[in-house]
Design a protein around this ligand. Structure first.
Ligand code: GLA
Ligand code: ZN
Length: 679
């Protein structure tokens, strides 16, 4: 199995963080101290230049690289490497003043004044030109520097602009997509409320004080925002790639951020990077936080099926949660190693040294205002770094998953736009997590895929609330089942197509009615204090939120409703289609039905964890492999100690100590186990 390194010139786990020497140019003593502290913290990678545009180009066309030259040289001399950013995440004031078109326009037509960050117009030709120029200069300057490891393109792309340039670009994008207004009017169903467009110029983005109920417009606008942001990013990438073709590029994403379809951005990147700030509390809620965080890591790994970067996390606390609680002792190591367990090859922080002033002065960092290596946080970071140094064998290894859960941004957007069901929050993410939890608790690896991915690699594909399904996607799902796959879908499946038009001829549409052998006639949305009960061989369970009234048309009924006017009607079914099986769950449960059903499927399909022992509550085991050895990260997310049984003989990945019988885990402890010659 070929290992996939972030950059093969440095085949180690990266440990480090955002580092802002531009803020400390009048304190050479502190900058020198930073290098000593970097080494002591066992850090080997610093992310520099992220918000440094004003320092690098203090006046238009006047460049000054002095501070960055020194920082990169010093980091290299201290044994580190550099993740080098393009500075487009924040503009210098002169740029906003001279070229106001770079400032973002809000939906109400008001234009921002200069300030904050992440608020540029991605269409503005001037902004694109200026960003290209500064990127190009940075690339020219450091192209041969041995410290340069990865390009960090911009910072957390996001948001949308409603200026005339953006609106014109949106209309052009629509023209490309639809060709004629007639086609657009049909797909958006604009005859409704006399919204038919007779000229392209009449089309505006959806806005609170304008159009809100044309679902197709809503979906296309979001797709356009992704397209335009990606187009901007591609220009940024071109500026550096033409100079340094061998240096990998990434941009830092924000997990399941709903504003962009990250899979579209992912195609342009060499490696995925993510920023994540889970609310670790030191309470039993940490188990849910761990599950949610693991699901996000799995998305990041699956987007390119290779190790990803954790570009930002905090070693202690943030400054923007409602309650900025400290990570309890040990929780940082646990959460960092969780990233590696799920396929991450870096643990990087926001930030290395705290900014002395402004908005993030009280955000956690490796080095506090006190300035020494004697803080609790620094010591924990240094200990983690020492551990990470022992893990070279894990770098570049693969995660093998036989189970996939589907998350598709377009589907999420279509659900968001839909008027009906539970309007406030249809809870797609919670539903996905309910399924994911069943596998997390049993230490089973899961990929997070979209309908366009190769499904044949999986024995089990779960597609919760896959509301928007195109005919092509429907055919693909059908072919997957026909060839022997097992597919699980839920209430709300294939109600609309990719333009949000309802599928005609009975749900699930897109050809899936025959795959599931059911017809979903109606969907009942329950009030919060309503419930029904379902029973079957699998047991008796409570339903909440949604109950669909389905008919079995060839499917075997696994459970039926107990009460209300649909008592006795099917609530869960399975259909044999070709060589595979398609399960349909017509109701939402509180979690225990999902768990019981997944347990049955895991047994039936012979899906196993790479760890053999029974995992106590709050303990999990995720694995990576190089094709010869498997590395199992046994992790205790409880604030109490546990013991875990195993019948196998393991070695620890660090130190090679042999382990068998029972494995004791302290609160928040991770033991990394290794087994050789597994294939
Ligand atoms: C984001 C940004 C960082 C910093 C952190 C604070 O992830 O990218 O610049 O503001 O949040 O948590
Ligand atoms: Zn704009």
């Amino acid at each position: 199995m070929i290992k996939k390194y972030i950059n093969p010139i440095f085949p180690h786990l990266l440990h480090g963080g955002d580092y802002n020497p531009d803020q400390w140019q009048d304190r050479p003593d502190i900058l020198a101290e930073d290098m000593r502290l970097m080494r002591l913290a066992n850090c080997n990678a610093m992310s520099v230049g992220i918000f440094a545009w004003a320092a690098l180009e203090p006046k238009e066309g006047r460049f000054d690289f002095t501070f960055l030259d020194k920082a990169i040289d010093d980091i290299y001399k201290a044994g580190g490497r550099v993740v080098l950013a393009t500075p487009s995440g924040a503009r210098p004031a002169w740029l906003s003043m001279k070229y106001p078109e770079v400032l973002r326009t809000n939906a109400d037509g008001s234009r921002n004044t200069h300030g904050m960050r992440h608020n540029h117009c991605y269409t503005s030709p001037i902004y694109r030109k200026k960003v290209f120029e500064i990127n190009r200069r940075i690339a020219e300057r450091y192209k041969d520097h041995p410290a340069l490891l990865v390009w960090h393109i911009s910072n957390e792309y996001g948001g949308r602009c409603y200026c005339e340039n953006c609106k014109a670009a949106f209309r052009n994008w629509l023209k490309e997509k639809y060709g004629t207004l007639d086609a657009l009017n049909k797909d958006w169903w604009t005859a409704f409320w006399a919204h038919t467009y007779t000229d392209w110029s009449q089309i505006d983005p959806p806005m609170d004080h304008g159009e809100r109920y044309t679902n197709g417009l809503d979906l296309d606008w979001r797709r356009f925002v992704t397209y335009q942001t990606t187009d901007f990013m591609k220009e940024e990438i071109r500026a550096v790639k033409e100079i340094t073709p061998n240096v990998p590029v990434t941009t830092n994403m924000m997990g399941f951020y709903n504003g962009l379809d990250y899979r579209v951005l992912a195609r342009e990147l060499d490696v995925i990077a993510n920023d994540i700030y889970p609310k670790w509390r030191g309470t039993k809620e940490d188990i849910d936080t761990a599950i949610d965080t693991a699901f996000t890591h799995d998305l990041c790994r699956t987007m390119r099926h290779q190790p990803f970067m954790l570009m930002e996390c905090t070693p202690s606390h943030v400054n923007w949660h409602e309650y900025n609680k400290l990570k309890r002792p040990g929780a940082h190591e646990l959460s960092a190693l969780q990233t590696i367990a799920h396929g991450g090859d870096t643990v990087q922080y926001f930030q290395f040294r705290k900014s002395r002033g402004a908005g993030e002065q009280f955000h956690g960092a490796v080095v506090d205002h006190e300035g020494s290596e004697n803080t609790r946080v620094f010591k924990e970071v240094a200990a983690l770094g020492a551990r990470m140094k022992q893990l070279d064998a894990v770098v570049g290894t693969k995660t093998v998953a036989r189970v996939a859960i589907l998350h598709d941004w377009s589907n999420q957007w279509a659900l968001d736009a839909a008027q009906g069901f539970q309007n406030k929050n249809k809870r797609l993410r919670a539903t996905q997590l309910q399924f994911y939890k069943a596998f997390w608790q049993r230490g089973i690896n899961v990929d997070v895929i979209c309908p366009e991915d190769d499904l044949t690699a999986y024995d089990l594909v779960i597609a919760p609330m896959l509301y928007s399904v195109s005919n092509a996607q429907g055919q693909k799902l059908a072919a997957y089942v026909a060839k022997g796959g097992t597919l699980v879908c839920t209430y709300g499946t294939a109600m609309v197509d990719e333009t949000t038009l309802a599928h005609l001829g009975g749900w699930p549409g897109a050809g899936l009615r025959k795959v599931f052998g059911i017809w979903n006639e109606e969907l009942d949305t329950l009030y919060p204090d309503d419930f029904n009960t379902v029973t079957g061989d699998i047991g008796e369970y409570k339903t909440i939120d949604y109950c669909e009234l389905i008919h079995a048309e060839g499917a075997e009924v696994l459970a039926t409703y107990e009460s209300d006017f649909y008592a006795g009607r099917p609530a869960a079914t399975v259909n044999t289609y070709g060589k595979g099986k398609a399960y349909y769950i017509a109701f939402r449960d509180t979690g225990d039905f999902t768990d019981a059903m997944m347990e049955d499927l895991i047994h039936e399909l012979g899906i196993t964890s790479d760890f053999d022992g029974e995992l106590p509550h709050g303990v999990t085991a995720h694995s990576r492999t190089d094709g010869e050895s498997v590395f199992v990260f046994l992790q205790n997310f409880n604030s109490h100690a546990v013991t875990v049984p195993t019948a196998k003989q393991w070695a620890t990945a660090e130190g090679g100590i042999s382990v068998s019988g029972t494995i004791p885990l302290k609160p928040y402890e991770t033991v990394i186990l290794k087994k050789q010659n597994i294939f």
